[in-house]
Every structure is written in C-alpha cells, then in structure tokens.
Write a protein that binds this ligand. Structure first.
Ligand code: OFO
Length: 176
C-alpha cells in the first residue's frame, strides 16, 4: 500500500490531468470555430489523451489500496488570441506539468516508494514528448507567420499529426 502522502500527491496529479484535458478541449472547440478542422482534431485527441493520464492515476491509486478522487475542475478559457497563442499556452502548461511530475518523483524517492517511482516513469516520458511536440508546432507557426497559404497547409498536416498511442495509457497500470 502507498503512503497517505503519496496518495495526496497522486490525487493532486489526477486533478492536474483533468485540468489539462479540459484546457485542450476548450482549445479544440475554439479552434474548430475558427475553421481549423485539422488542428481541432489534434486538440480533441490530446484532450482524450489527458483524460487517459488521469484515469491511469486513478486506477493505480485504487490498485495500490488507496482511493483515486475525481476532482471538480474550474472552467478553462473560452477564447484565445490566436493559434500561436494556443500553442504558446500549451508549451507553458506542459512545462508546468513536467515540474509537477518531477516533484512527485522526488517525493517517491524521499518516501522510498520505488513502485510509484517506477509507475511515474510513464509520465516522465510523456512530458518529454509533450514538450517536444508543443515546441515543434510552435516553431512551425512562427515560421508561417501571417501566410494564409502556409496556415492552410499546416492545418491539413495537423489532421494526421501522430500522437502517443492512447491505448498505452488506457491499459491502466500495465504500461507503467
Ligand atoms: Fe498529461 O500530459 Fe499534458 O498535461
């Protein structure tokens, strides 16, 4: 069984993943209203992926004799300044989430909880990937600037942007 301290930290992370899912969902919805049908697909899928991150934590807590709590989440932003602003916000958000994951990792070491430490490696790898993806998309948008033709092609490519396999997260603790 994991300690109360680790339980609290993981439940805080459950909340953070729920917030991430809502943020991506709000972005997807706004982007869709702007006619960017490829980019909205990417963001809807990413919202689902964040939900799976949350679910994986809940299942792990329950399997380890504790209780995963479904949090109340406040409403995210409804509108955004621009597509670049969306991805700037995503990058900042993911850097913040990486810090949260790192804090859990150091708590695991403090508590000598090597099982949770091992489980959390999935999140460490995810954060490297998410920061990389956000940064590379932002770089592309910076290159495109105000070029409408470039934006059209960007949006078309985003439809098939490869995201991490959602099934991996769906497998509960097995992938951890
Ligand atoms: Fe859950 O990875 Fe983003 O926030």
């Amino acid at each position: 069984m994991i300690s109360k301290k680790i339980e609290a930290a993981l439940n805080k992370q459950v909340e953070s993943e729920a917030i991430s899912s809502q943020i991506y969902l709000a972005m997807a919805s706004w982007v869709e209203t702007q006619g960017l049908t490829g980019t909205c697909q990417f963001l809807y899928k990413h919202s689902d992926e964040e939900r799976l991150h949350m679910l994986k934590l809940i299942r792990f807590l329950n399997e380890r004799g504790r209780h995963g709590i479904v949090p109340q989440v406040k409403q995210p932003f409804k509108t955004f300044e621009s597509l670049s602003a969306v991805f700037r916000q995503i990058l900042e958000h993911e850097i913040h989430v990486t810090q949260e994951i790192n804090n859990i990792i150091s708590l695991c070491l403090q508590e000598k909880d090597y099982t949770t430490h091992n489980f959390m490696q999935y999140y460490v790898a995810e954060q490297i990937e998410e920061e990389r993806v956000a940064k590379s998309i932002l770089d592309k948008l910076n290159l495109i600037g105000d070029d409408k033709g470039g934006l059209y092609l960007f949006d078309r490519d985003m439809q098939n942007f490869p995201l991490q396999d959602g099934n991996q997260a769906e497998q509960g603790t097995k992938a951890g």
